[in-house]
Each structure stands twice: as structure tokens, then as C-alpha cells.
Ligand binder design. Structure first.
Ligand SMILES: *Cc1c(COP(=O)(O)O)cnc(C)c1O
Length: 393
């Protein structure tokens, strides 16, 4: 039977497996191994494991499998593989399909650890990587050549919320025969339309919106059954980056409210961005959901939303930015995102501290820049907290 479930129904029910007890809530199978009734059954399972047959939790587990099926249905891919962290997903997706001599084109504005994998790890093993300005399609056209094996980008960059046009970059990549790997964390699985826009492999750090409450580290790779089970799974299951069943269970719980949470966060982001734009101590507001944002039309076409983060610049540089942050009461100073709690980050001195100054300048990471990840508090309370703290800055 083919199901025609809408997002919220999928988020509550998809992938659920019930044991002989008929438990309502998803069970956590905290077991690494599985018992076979006979030696013959063990042998048969190692030859080919059926749908509900498991061998070892590093290969798969009933709770983890529920999570994989639920998020694959949400993303609209045939399959998914759950990983121990977002970085296990990113490095697994890349390493599993590349070999020495291959050529990769990647957007330059990347999460620090993603940059490390591309610049340090892959190049050390003989993969050639060309970096481009992700928003400049001409640079993609020049860099992607026949034989390029993969392109990699974050669909919305951190912290300046610049969008990569997934549809156009996918067309360029596919014309050259390259696979499109999209780190879609900032877009969230709710606002993602990456599959219909041409991405082949979609990667999430589920540490962010999927967990949504800052508890668990996790990740997932979504793609075709061929890629997930034939390319990625052998690599992941033998190198050890699989998700813990406990994390999968927390994520399954989190997913029931994922749509509600992401939409509430995006509503708050729009309201806060509007209030910040009107504030005299704010010199710049970056939120793709604002009509004046240069990529507003692309954001609406690609995500139908501006997302759940807002970046802005406080007048007066680092000192003013720090005074502002230290005066916050509701908003917490941290570096996670997608949490129920609104979080303020000062990228120049924390997440992007190690970048050389010229790279910070190129990425627009100025001393007064603040990244806000909107949480689930009352948006009016957040505006009041931010406005009051700005008056101190
Ligand atoms: C957080 C993040 C990652 C890494 O995820 P972890 O769960 O921390 O390993 C990768 N890419 C992006 C865009 C992220 O925001």
C-alpha cells in the first residue's frame, strides 16, 4: 500500500515498528546484538538480513531503523543512514564515495569541521578539492569539469545565511556527471525541498533542529537506496560512525514536534529580524525572510521560509557586541543552534575564531556580528530582551 501521508502525519507515525507487546511509544532497543534461534538462522541472516532482521547495532538496530525510515519519508528520499554526529554524516557521505585522484568542488563558506574534512582529510588521501564562492554560479560553472566526482555545499551558510541555489548548482553538477551532496542543516528538514531541486545526497546534523532540545549529538545521510545501502552503509558500518539507539529514540520523540517547532522558530525569526532592522544600534540585519534581503526570492523558492536563524551587526564592534550579549537575560550565550532556547553566538571569537582575518573579512564575519538561533520562547519576550540588551550596548 502506498501511503499519502502529509508531513505532520509522517513525523508522528512513519517508520514505527511495534514489538509483540504493542507498545504505543517507540521502544528503545538498547542492545548491540541479536539472538538467533538456530545456527542455520544465524548463517542465513549473515547471507541476507530481511527487513526486520538485525545483526549488530553498528550495522543497524530497530530503534535506529525507525528513525531512518521516518526522516527518509520526510526528506522524500528512498533511504537514510543514521550517524553518531553531523560530522560522521558529512565525512561518511564524502569519504564513502570518493577515492584518490577524484575531483570535488565545494563552496568556500563552510562549517569549520566540514572545511577540515575537505582541506585536510580528503586532500591528504589524494582527492583534489576546488573551492568556490557558493552564491556565484559562474564560479561553479568554471570549477565543475567533466569527470568532477562530487559537489559539496551548505545550502545556507553559517553565520551569514547566504544561500546556494540548489537547483542551478545541481544542473551544473549533473551535466558533468557529479553527485550533489548538500549539507542542509540551516534549511532544516522541514523547509528542505532539496530532493525536488536536484540534490542527490542530503546530510543533516540532527544535533540541531531534529533533537531540538540540545541533548543529543547525531546525524543522518539521506539518498537513494543504492547510495545509502551500497556506498555509504558498508563504509559507515565498518568504520564505526553509527547512531546510538538511545539517540535515535530521542530523535523519534523530537520529530513529532519538528514541524511545529521549525515553523514557530521561523515566525519568531521574522518578528525579531523586523524589530532589529528598526533598532538604531543595529547596523545590519541578515535574514533571508525579509523582503529586502538580496536572496529573498531564492529563499522563498528554495525553502518557503527565511529559516530559523538571524544574523545582525551591533554598532561599536566587539566591545559593543560583548556588552550586548552579557546584558541578555532570556537569550543564552552558546554555539549550538536549532535548540528550544534562543542562542546568541559571537562567530568572530568562537565558532570562526581560527579563521585568518582575511577569510573572516571575505565571509563578512565582522567584530560586531551576532548570530541568533531562534528558540521557542514568546517572540515578544525575545524582542524585549534583545532591545533592552541593545540599549546597554
Ligand atoms: C553543526 C553542523 C555540522 C556538524 O554537526 P555535529 O552534529 O556537531 O557533528 C555540520 N554542518 C553544519 C552546517 C552544522 O551546522
Amino acid at each position: 500500500m502506498t501511503k499519502d501521508w502529509k508531513t505532520r502525519t509522517q513525523l508522528v507515525h512513519e517508520g514505527t515498528r511495534r514489538s509483540q507487546y504493542g507498545e504505543m511509544a517507540e521502544a528503545i532497543f538498547l542492545t548491540q546484538g541479536f539472538v538467533y534461534p538456530t545456527a542455520e538462522a544465524a548463517e542465513a541472516r549473515f547471507v541476507k538480513a530481511g527487513e526486520d532482521e538485525f545483526i549488530y547495532a553498528r550495522y543497524g538496530n530497530p530503534t535506529t531503523r525507525m528513525f531512518e525510515e521516518r526522516i527518509a519519508a520526510l526528506e522524500g528520499t528512498e533511504d537514510a543512514f543514521a550517524t553518531a554526529s553531523g560530522m560522521a554524516a558529512v565525512s561518511g557521505a564524502l569519504t564513502s564515495c570518493l577515492r584518490a585522484g577524484d575531483h570535488v568542488v565545494a563552496a568556500r563558506a563552510l562549517f569549520g569541521s566540514c572545511l577540515y574534512v575537505l582541506e585536510e582529510v580528503l586532500q591528504r588521501f589524494g582527492v583534489r578539492v576546488t573551492f568556490v564562492d557558493g552564491a556565484d554560479l559562474d564560479q561553479w560553472r568554471k570549477a565543475v569539469v567533466p569527470g568532477t566526482k562530487a559537489v559539496f555545499f551548505e545550502s545556507m551558510s553559517n553565520p551569514t545565511l547566504e544561500l546556494v541555489d540548489i537547483r542551478s548548482v545541481s544542473e551544473i553538477a549533473h551535466a558533468a556527471g557529479a553527485i550533489v551532496i548538500c549539507d542542509n542543516v540551516f534549511a532544516t528538514p522541514i523547509f528542505s525541498r532539496a530532493v525536488e531541486q536536484g540534490a542527490d545526497v542530503i546530510v543533516y546534523s540532527t544535533t540541531k533542529h531534529v533533537d531540538g532540545q540540545g541533548r543529543a549529538l547525531g546525524g543522518v545521510v539521506c539518498g537513494t537506496r543504492e547510495f545509502i545501502r551500497k556506498v555509504l552503509e558498508p563504509y559507515m558500518k565498518h568504520t564505526g560512525g553509527s547512531m546510538s539507539p538511545f539517540t535515535a529514540w530521542m530523535h523519534l520523540n523530537g520529530m513529532a514536534t519538528l514541524d511545529l517547532r521549525c515553523r514557530a522558530m521561523a515566525d519568531a525569526a521574522l518578528q525579531v529580524a523586523g524589530a532589529l532592522e528598526a533598532h538604531p544600534k543595529v547596523t545590519k540585519v541578515v535574514y533571508p525572510g525579509l523582503p529586502g534581503h538580496p536572496q529573498h526570492a531564492l529563499a522563498m523558492a528554495q525553502m518557503g521560509s527565511g529559516g530559523t536563524l538571524v544574523t545582525f551587526e551591533v554598532a561599536g564592534g566587539k566591545d559593543a557586541a560583548f556588552r550586548f550579549m552579557d546584558a541578555l537575560e532570556i537569550v543564552k550565550i552558546s554555539n549550538n543552534l536549532g535548540d528550544a532556547r534562543t542562542i546568541a553566538t559571537h562567530p568572530a571569537t568562537t565558532t570562526h575564531q581560527r579563521l585568518p582575518q582575511e577569510q573572516k573579512d571575505a565571509l563578512g564575519i565582522t567584530p560586531g556580528l551576532i548570530r541568533l538561533s531562534l528558540g521557542l520562547e514568546d517572540a515578544g519576550d525575545l524582542v524585549a530582551d534583545l532591545t533592552r540588551a541593545l540599549s546597554v550596548a
